[in-house]
Design a binder for this molecule. Structure first.
Ligand code: PFF
Length: 449
């Protein structure tokens, strides 16, 4: 049980910056473009937008509601709100997902540091497009570098999380997020003025219905969950630090809009270049790393912009890794009753082992495959497409059917202080629409129906 005063966010902007900081990250700038590229372009965007509205917003608001009501980590929250019931298992699955996501996500974050290092050393200049594309594969299959960068990133994350919510997470995200936004806009302007940009934009925005498939819909759902940081309790954890006076509905809406906007802006920055330089849009996980350096070679001041971009990509990743680590740290410290510092060390050690295996997916551990996937692929697919949707399903079912409408109403209206006129729509969405949509997409995508 907590005895000390619980740490909390200090301002409304701090809440939005931290939650948007969690949501906006590599999922938007690295994962969204390559998943969209593999899944037929515009049709994926359309399905994505529909699912984010019907499923994403309800799950996010449900998480905020649970967390702020219970004032605990995901596992503890379910124990407080449903004592003696098996609901806390949902929290535990969330914690498991946090371990797995942190392990592979921090590896990609490490790649961004390698690229930052290359940018500073002018490592792209004078190279042919072919060489730049190869650089990524060579780096990723090397033995030590990916592991080293992973470990460095893990320590940076831990360093912020150890400082707490207001003096750590909030302080950094408030400054870093606005920067990221401005930079993406600059890159967009450059990308759409590239010769041949039109083809990339058409690929992004033109929905070709012949490319629709059940896997595409599951991928869109998984991407939505991943990008919004929902389905595993990150936003339950952040919700538990939100002041009782904040409007949760507004927070959920603003964070979702910001996250979706950045994903689309990232697509606009990347696809014109993909087509202009003849890169295969379905090139997979390396897409962004192979494309963006090529844009920088074309920009006046490209040296400067490449440093700024990879710096900000690392920052976007950092504001997300801290949110995932916070889930594990809150869980360890509250449930084992240990200090934040000890909890952080414990978390870093455990995630560190998993992460080293993932970082070596193309190097040391490249021979390890399950269903043709290496460690990296297994962690990515299992979390985004399985654990998060399953977690999200139970979260909305809990809020819709088990938490009690009066409790939900009380939390969303701040104890009756504000009007939450959207409440009937929200209840309808969490009771029927979101669970049904998740269940159908999920079972269909896995070939069960
Ligand atoms: N939403 C983050 C991104 O799009 O980069 C990734 C992420 C963070 C996923 C936190 C899940 C999570 F709990």
């Amino acid at each position: 049980m907590q005895t000390k005063q619980r740490d909390s966010f200090g301002s409304r902007f701090g809440v939005i910056a931290a939650a948007a900081g969690s949501a906006i990250g590599l999922g938007n700038i690295w994962r969204f473009p390559y998943v969209l590229g593999e899944n037929g372009g515009g049709i994926f965007l359309l399905i994505y937008l529909i699912l984010v509205t019907m499923v994403g917003i309800p799950v996010m608001l449900s998480e905020f509601t649970i967390g702020r009501r219970a004032q605990r980590n995901p596992y503890g929250s379910f124990r407080v709100l449903a004592p003696g019931k098996p609901w806390c298992l949902v929290g535990l699955v969330g914690i498991l997902a946090a371990f797995m996501i942190l392990a592979f996500y921090t590896v990609v974050a490490g790649w961004t540091l390698e690229y930052l290092y290359q940018a500073i050393n002018n490592g792209f200049s004078g190279k042919s497009p072919e060489t730049i594309k190869n650089m990524f594969d060579v780096f990723r299959s090397s033995t030590f570098r990916p592991i080293l960068w992973f470990l460095i990133f893990m320590f940076m994350t831990a360093w912020i999380v150890v400082s707490g919510i207001r003096k750590g997470i909030e302080k950094y995200t408030k400054v870093l997020m606005p920067f990221l936004f401005i930079l993406i806009l600059v890159l967009d302007i450059r990308a759409i003025t590239l010769p041949g940009a039109g083809e990339g934009l058409r690929f992004l925005f033109k929905a070709d219905f012949s490319k629709i498939s059940t896997e595409t819909i599951l991928e869109a759902l998984g991407q939505g969950f991943f990008s919004l940081s929902i389905g595993m309790g990150t936003l339950i954890t952040y919700g538990s630090y939100i002041n009782k006076k904040e409007k949760l509905g507004n927070a959920a809406l603003n964070v979702t809009i910001a996250d979706t906007l950045i994903a689309v802006l990232a697509g606009i920055a990347i696809f014109p270049a993909v087509f202009a330089f003849g890169i295969e849009p379905g090139a997979g996980t390396g897409l962004v790393f192979k494309t963006l350096p090529l844009i920088f070679l074309e920009i006046p001041g490209g040296y400067f912009f490449s440093i700024l971009f990879f710096l900000l990509l690392s920052i976007a990743a950092l504001t997300s890794t801290i949110s995932v680590l916070e889930v594990i740290v809150a869980f360890f410290s509250e449930e084992l009753n240990i200090s934040r510092k000890t909890a952080t060390i414990l978390a870093v050690l455990t995630v560190g082992i998993l992460g080293v295996m993932v970082a070596g997916s193309w190097g040391w551990f490249s021979r390890f495959h399950v269903f043709k996937q290496n460690f990296f692929g297994i962690f990515d697919f299992t979390t985004a497409n399985i654990l998060l949707p399953v977690g999200g399903f139970f979260i909305v079912i809990f809020v819709g059917w088990f938490m009690g409408t009066q409790n939900v109403k009380d939390e969303l209206s701040n104890g009756g202080d504000i009007r939450a006129s959207y409440l009937p729509v929200f209840v309808f969405l969490v009771r029927y629409v979101a669970p049904l949509a998740i269940a159908l997409v999920f079972m269909n995508g896995l070939g069960w129906i």
